[in-house]
Write a protein that binds this ligand. Structure first.
Ligand code: DGL
Length: 278
């Protein structure tokens, strides 16, 4: 449990976390949709990639980061990582005095697609942790049993993106090789079940040439954030420019570069290793 008293206010920032730069795609979508909101972002670059870690490790990292964000104080926590959403959502809910003040990146996407009704064969690419958890499969079985889900673990992609390999020949070759897997044949839509993947959306679109709809969870999740804040009278109505803060557990230049591109160069990146503090 975090040390402070939880008393969310509209003026408080939204806390967003991921293992690295992937969650910036969610943070960017939130900031585009809700330009008055301030964000506190934590990228756990010291422990990246989460997709290769045990559930126990991911739970423990996520608890620590969520406590830090609550202590800032943030009014809402967004787990901008599928691997952590798949394994640590309940853990993060438990450390919050009110379990509703955390949003994961999986439920909004499942709800969005289940409501729709026209897609039957959906593909999914994600980390080993997300795919082996079968969390999307279980949730679709409950929400819309007619949906056939074809999931493929694509473990090279997140570390590749984290190292700055996107929009180039190498990333195109790796993406094309994964997407040619027969398991994904004849899908109508594909869920990008890793928040790093919107950074390689050009490579994915070039493979499908408009024949498969690409589901980018960042936009869907930002809408869920907006609805939650609205329903709880926590939307920031102040006209003051928002102030975003970005923390990483281990400094990486690719994080700084990507954050600058996304947030217009006005970012302050701070290294904060929550695991080395007394
Ligand atoms: N961005 C994270 C996700 O959505 C994965 C990256 C990692 O494996 O650390 O699952």
């Amino acid at each position: 449990m975090s040390s402070g008293k939880f008393n969310p206010k509209a003026s408080h920032p939204i806390g967003v976390f991921d293992s690295g730069i992937g969650g910036l795609t969610v943070a960017k979508a939130i900031s585009d949709l809700l330009p008055n909101e301030s964000l506190i972002y934590f990228g756990d670059t010291a422990h990246m990639p989460y997709g290769e870690k045990s559930p126990h490790a991911i739970k423990s990292y996520s608890e620590k980061i969520a406590s830090f964000l609550i202590d800032q104080p943030c009014k809402l926590i967004v787990i901008a990582c599928n691997s952590a959403s798949a394994t640590a959502f309940r853990q993060v809910q438990k450390i919050l005095p009110d379990k509703h003040f955390v949003i994961n990146v999986i439920d909004p996407v499942v709800q969005h697609l289940s409501r729709d009704g026209h897609r039957r064969k959906i593909g999914l690419i994600g980390t080993k942790r997300t795919v082996s958890s079968a969390v999307y499969k279980k949730k679709f079985e409950k929400a819309d049993p007619d949906i056939q889900l074809k999931s493929l673990a694509t473990p090279l992609l997140a570390p590749m993106i984290e190292e700055g390999f996107f929009n180039n020949k190498i990333s195109r070759t790796i993406v094309h090789s994964y997407l040619s897997n027969p398991h994904l044949a004849h899908i109508e839509s594909i869920i990008l079940a890793c928040t790093h993947y919107p950074l390689i959306i050009n490579e994915i679109s070039s493979f499908y040439k408009g024949k498969v709809e690409i589901i980018n969870s960042a936009e869907i999740v930002s809408l869920a954030v907006k609805n939650f804040l609205d329903e709880n009278s926590l939307l920031n109505k102040s006209s003051k420019a928002p102030g975003h803060k970005f923390f990483v557990s281990d400094y990486t230049s690719s994080f700084e570069e990507t954050a600058k591109i996304f947030f217009g160069g006005k970012i302050k990146l701070k290294e904060k290793n929550l695991w080395n503090e007394k």
